[in-house]
Design a protein around this ligand. Structure first.
Ligand code: CNA
Length: 375
C-alpha cells in the first residue's frame, strides 16, 4: 500500500525514483530494477515517514465474508460489488499462442540470444530502437496480432463481466488487441502500452494505418520506412516502448481504480511501472484478486512500497482483509470463478461460439492476410 503522497502523484512520477527533472515526471514506461531506486536521503526519509504512518493506520473492516476465492465470488454477486476493474498482462494471452516476456523457457526474454542485444529489454527500449530497429521488427512478427490468434477464455470472462454490467474498466498491458476481438467496448478498454492498430514515422510523425503497418512488417523489406517525400524515417507501430509516455487514456482512467469495488489482476508479473502501481490505487478496503501462474514474492519490497505493484499484496499477512491469490492459468482461474458465480456454462458457450465464428470468418476471407509467422 503506497502512502497518500504517492497516490496523489501522476502515475509515472512514483516510478522514477524521485528524479526531479520535468522529463522524469512524464508517465514513461519503466521496468522495476534496483538501480531505479534513488539514494537521495531526503527522499528516503520522506518515504520512511510515510511507511511509519501507514503502520499506525487501523485496518478498515473487510468487505468480504471470507478472504478466499469463494468469498470473492460471493462479493461479486452482492450489491456491494458494482464496479470491477481488471488489469491484465501477457499471461492472459499465452494460451492463445503468444509468448509472454518472463516465463522461463518460453518467454521472449529467454529466446533473444540470436539478436545480440545488450540486454533482453533493449528490444523494447526506445533509445536502442532508434539506433537499431531491426531486432524489434524481426520479433514483431511473433507478437503481431494476426488472425491465427484467438482470444482466450480469460478474455471472454472479461467480456462476460461487461455483459453482466459489472465491468468498470479493463486495463491491459498487451499489444495483441485480443480484447478488441472479443468486442469489449472501447470506453471500457485502456490499452496502456498502445497497440499495433496504427503507426507513426519517427521522423516526420506521419500516421500509418493498420493494414499498411501489417503489410510492411511482413514484407521482405526488413524495416517499415516512411513513404513521404524525402523522409524515409522508420515507421514504428504505436506500442509503448521503455522510455516512452503512456497514452493519455491511461491517466484519464486511473480514477477508475480509485473508485472500483474490486480489482482483478491477471497474467502479469507486475514488474513494469507505472502499470504495476495501479494495484496500490484502490481504497484500502477494496478486495484484490490476483490470478497468475506465479506469485510476486520476488518484488523488491522498497520499490513495491514506493511505486505500488505486486509487492504490496497482503496475501501472507495475518491481518489480510482483502487480498486473494489464485495460482494457476488465467483460463482455469476465470472458469473456476465463473463456475462459482453460476456463469460457467455461459462462459464455455461464449468461447465456443466466438471461436467458431472467428474460424468461419477466417476461412471465408481472402488469404492475403498473413498467418502466425515463424521467426
Ligand atoms: P511478463 O512479465 O512476461 O509476465 C507474465 C506473467 O504471466 C508471469 O508472471 C507469468 O508467470 C504469468 N503467466 C504466463 N502464462 C500464464 C497463464 N497462462 N496463466 C496465468 N499466468 C500466466 O508480462 P507482463 O505483461 O507482466 O509485462 C508487461 C509487458 C509484457 C508489457 O509491456 C507488454 O506489452 C508485454 N508483452 C505483451 C504481450 C502481448 O501483447 N500478448 C506479449 C509479450 C509481452
Amino acid at each position: 500500500m503506497a502512502s497518500e503522497g504517492i497516490k496523489k502523484d501522476e502515475a509515472g512520477a512514483s516510478s522514477d525514483g524521485g528524479a526531479s527533472s520535468e522529463e522524469s515526471k512524464k508517465p514513461g514506461l519503466l521496468e522495476q530494477t534496483t538501480s531505479s531506486t534513488s539514494t537521495s536521503a531526503e527522499w528516503l526519509s520522506k518515504m520512511f515517514t510515510g511507511a511509519m504512518k501507514l503502520e499506525k493506520e487501523e485496518k478498515p473492516p473487510s468487505l468480504l465474508d471470507a478472504v478466499t476465492f469463494e468469498g470473492i465470488a460471493r462479493y461479486i454477486l452482492s450489491d456491494k460489488c458494482k464496479k470491477i476493474v481488471t488489469m491484465a498482462g501477457a499471461g492472459i494471452s499465452t494460451s492463445a499462442g503468444i509468448p509472454d516476456f518472463r516465463s522461463p523457457g518460453t518467454g521472449l526474454y529467454d529466446n533473444l540470444q540470436k539478436y545480440n542485444l545488450p540486454n533482453p529489454q533493449a528490444v523494447f527500449d526506445i533509445s536502442y530502437f532508434r539506433e537499431n530497429p531491426e531486432p524489434f521488427f524481426i520479433l514483431c512478427k511473433q507478437l503481431y496480432p494476426t488472425k491465427a490468434f484467438k482470444p482466450t477464455p480469460c478474455h471472454y470472462f472479461i467480456k462476460l463481466l461487461e455483459k453482466k454490467g459489472k465491468l468498470l474498466t479493463h486495463f491491459t498491458q498487451n499489444i495483441d488487441t485480443l480484447e478488441r476481438v472479443t468486442d469489449l467496448s472501447d470506453e471500457k478498454l485502456v490499452e496502456a502500452h498502445g497497440t499495433f492498430n496504427t503507426g507513426h514515422c519517427t521522423q516526420c510523425l506521419a500516421e500509418y494505418g493498420r493494414d499498411w503497418m501489417r503489410d510492411e512488417i511482413f514484407s521482405e523489406r526488413k524495416i517499415p520506412k516512411c513513404t513521404k517525400e524525402e523522409c524515409n524515417g522508420v515507421v514504428k507501430p504505436d506500442i509503448v516502448f521503455f522510455g516512452e509516455c503512456l497514452p493519455k487514456k491511461f491517466s484519464q482512467h486511473i480514477k477508475d481504480v480509485n473508485d472500483c469495488d474490486l480489482l482483478i489482476i491477471m497474467g502479469t508479473s507486475l514488474v513494469v511501472h507505472p502499470f504495476a502501481s495501479l494495484t496500490s490505487r484502490t481504497r484500502d478496503d477494496v478486495p484484490r484478486l490476483y490470478i497468475n501462474m506465479t506469485n510476486t514474492e520476488k518484488m523488491d519490497p522498497l520499490m513495491a512500497l514506493l511505486g505500488g505493484g505486486g509487492g504490496d499484496f497482503d496475501f501472507d499477512n495475518e491481518d489480510n482483509i482483502r487480498d486473494v491469490f489464485w495460482q494457476g492459468t488465467c483460463d482455469d482461474g476465470c472458469q473456476a470463478l465463473a463456475d462459482l458465480l453460476g456463469w460457467g456454462e455461459e462462459l464455455k458457450k461464449l468461447v465456443k461460439e466466438e471461436h467458431a465464428r472467428i474460424d468461419k470468418q477466417n476461412s471465408t476471407e481472402e488469404k492475403t492476410v498473413p498467418t502466425k509467422a515463424k521467426v
